[in-house]
Each structure stands twice: as C-alpha cells, then as structure tokens.
Design a protein around this ligand. Structure first.
Ligand code: C2G
Length: 153
C-alpha cells in the first residue's frame, strides 16, 4: 500500500481549493484517506453544509485521487484512524496549523498552504448576493408595472 496519508474536512460545495489540497496530499504518499465530516459533527464544528453528508461523501469518493473515504464523526477519532489504517502522514490545510501537533508522536503532521481566494463561505455569499440582486430587480419591475397600470386606469 505504500505511504498512507489521511486528511479530514467538511468538503461542502467542493471547489478548486479542496481539489488542489487533495492533489498535494496524494503527492505526499501512495494511498489517500479522506475523513468527511458528518452532518452531526459539522453541527459540533458550528457548520451547516449545503450538501448533506452522503452527497459530500459520494463526491469526494468519486475523485480519482482519493483511495478511501471514511466518516469523520468526532474530534478524537484521528488517533484510532491513524492506528486502524496504519497512517504515515496526517495532513491538513494550514488554517489548522498546530491544531493536531499533539498527534506528532504517532504520525507525521503536515500543514499545507490553503488556496487563497476561494472558500465554501465565499461561494455561499456570492450565491446569496445573486439571489438578493434578482429579488431587487423583480421588485423594481413590479413597481414599474404597477405605476404603469395606475396611469392606464
Ligand atoms: N482548504 C484549502 N484551501 C481552501 C479551502 C479549504 O486548502 N481555499 C482545505 C482546508 O484547509 C482543509 C480542507 O481543505 O484542510 C477541507 O476544508 P473544509 O471543508 O473547510 O474542512 P474544515 O471545516 O476545515 O474541517 O478535523 C478537521 C476538520 O474536520 C476540518
């Protein structure tokens, strides 16, 4: 099986930041395991994803770079996953830098630079703005039509 790499995340609305991370993670070893956060664990992280766990799992599992997908159900499972899957490297984006150093006696810890300029939160914001713009345009059109209708009476 060669060198085993593991990472964890929500991976909601997968984007190029996630893909670039997975590419770099796969380049660190031979077998890449991704722990996808369940909806219940997301709630513990204070996150609500657009895509439910099963869809996020299916999307990540369909990416050729990924060899295995497991459910991430709680913070403390990392050490058991590391032992169960004989993990050599635990790697995350560097927004998590230092957060998992307590596991450094059991596994090599790697933090990789995030892809700047994109995040699931940004995508959600853009989508909500588009909706707001459309609603404003619709309200304006309705207002114009109702004013025109009054003139024609
Ligand atoms: N990421 C990245 N570049 C981005 C966005 C995300 O490299 N522009 C990385 C993050 O650093 C993380 C991974 O992609 O390593 C997944 O990001 P999220 O889905 O936001 O996962 P997160 O909520 O950080 O959950 O136990 C660890 C947690 O489950 C991580």
């Amino acid at each position: 099986m060669g060198k085993v790499v593991i990472t964890y995340g929500t991976f909601d609305l997968p984007h190029v930041g996630h893909i670039r991370l997975l590419k770099r993670l796969k380049a660190l070893g031979d077998y890449l395991i991704v722990g996808v956060s369940t909806d219940a664990f997301n709630a513990q992280k204070g996150k609500v994803s657009i895509y439910p766990f099963e869809e996020r799992r299916e999307i990540i599992a369909s990416i050729g770079l990924v060899d295995k997908v497991i459910a991430e159900e709680h913070w403390a499972q990392k050490i058991t996953d590391i032992q169960r899957y004989n993990v050599d490297i635990l790697a995350m984006g560097d927004d998590w830098a230092g957060k998992f150093d307590d596991l450094s006696s059991d596994v090599e810890i790697v933090y990789l630079p995030r892809t700047e300029g994109i995040s699931t939160t940004d995508i959600k914001t853009v989508i909500s703005r588009v909706n707001e713009d459309k609603l404003l345009a619709l309200e304006c059109a309705i207002d114009q039509v109702s004013r025109l209708a009054k003139k024609l009476r």
